[in-house]
Design a protein around this ligand. Structure first.
Ligand SMILES: Cc1cc2nc3c(=O)[nH]c(=O)nc-3n(C[C@H](O)[C@H](O)[C@H](O)COP(=O)(O)O)c2cc1C
Length: 204
């Protein structure tokens, strides 16, 4: 089949776009508002974008009925900092709980039963239960094209200024990330879990 996303002429019950580009790592992002309230939410439009300097990004799409854009976008734009926490198989239900739309005054970490760990270089805290966290400073927020139906899209791009890594994930001097069992997004309500890896050296 062939379809044009802007026309939506795929003929399927649901748009297959997100089911095709997989797996997408989960940007489980902590931000903080001006009053010091912590916000935590998952984003699958998330990835590393550069290595030197280390940079990552996440995109928030859509409107919130009461607040305009999503808190993770507004907080990053206004306060310039965020933390990425690795979502794992053990944390899957808690990660999912942090996607619910809650009133601004509810602490999403407490709601999900997660423990706050202070960061070293930025104000937003880390998820203590997560085995890897990146402390980040915003480089730029890009206002991407949006749609009348779904609202605006804002891409937050940041420098990774600090990395926390649970020591037991280091085996023989290399990170064995499979041991953390990271989860990643497929389409619809589906996820995958990374439990194995294969090696293929660069060609000469
Ligand atoms: C696994 C997962 C991935 C998600 N990815 C995105 C995404 O890439 N962009 C987005 O805007 N919302 C995404 N969402 C929905 C947000 O997490 C949800 O709207 C959340 O309430 C936003 O919270 P905030 O307003 O506190 O920032 C995702 C939800 C889940 C469960």
């Amino acid at each position: 089949m062939f379809y044009e996303p802007s026309k939506g002429d795929h003929g399927l019950g649901r748009d297959p776009f997100k089911a095709l580009l997989v797996p997408r790592p989960i940007g489980w992002v902590t931000t903080m508002n001006g009053a010091g309230r912590v916000n935590l939410a998952p984003f699958s439009f998330f990835n590393a974008v550069a290595e030197q300097p280390a940079m990552i990004m996440y995109t928030c799409g859509g409107r919130k009925p009461d607040r305009g854009t999503k808190d993770s976008l507004a907080n990053a734009r206004e306060h310039g900092e965020f933390v990425w926490n690795l979502a794992t198989w053990d944390l899957r239900e808690k990660m999912n709980a942090t996607a619910s739309t809650l009133p601004a005054e509810i602490d999403e970490m407490a709601h999900a039963g997660l423990t706050v760990a202070p960061s070293r270089l930025v104000k937003p805290p880390r998820v203590a239960e997560s085995p890897v966290q990146f402390e980040c400073k915003v480089w730029q927020v890009l206002d991407l094209p949006g749609s009348d139906q779904h609202g605006p899209n804002g891409m937050v791009i940041g420098f990774v200024v600090g990395v926390h890594l649970r020591d037991d994930l280091i085996v023989d001097g290399r990170v064995k990330i499979q041991n953390a069992r990271p989860i990643a997004r497929l389409g619809y309500s589906e996820y995958t879990v990374i439990e194995n890896a294969f090696r293929m050296p660069f060609p000469d």
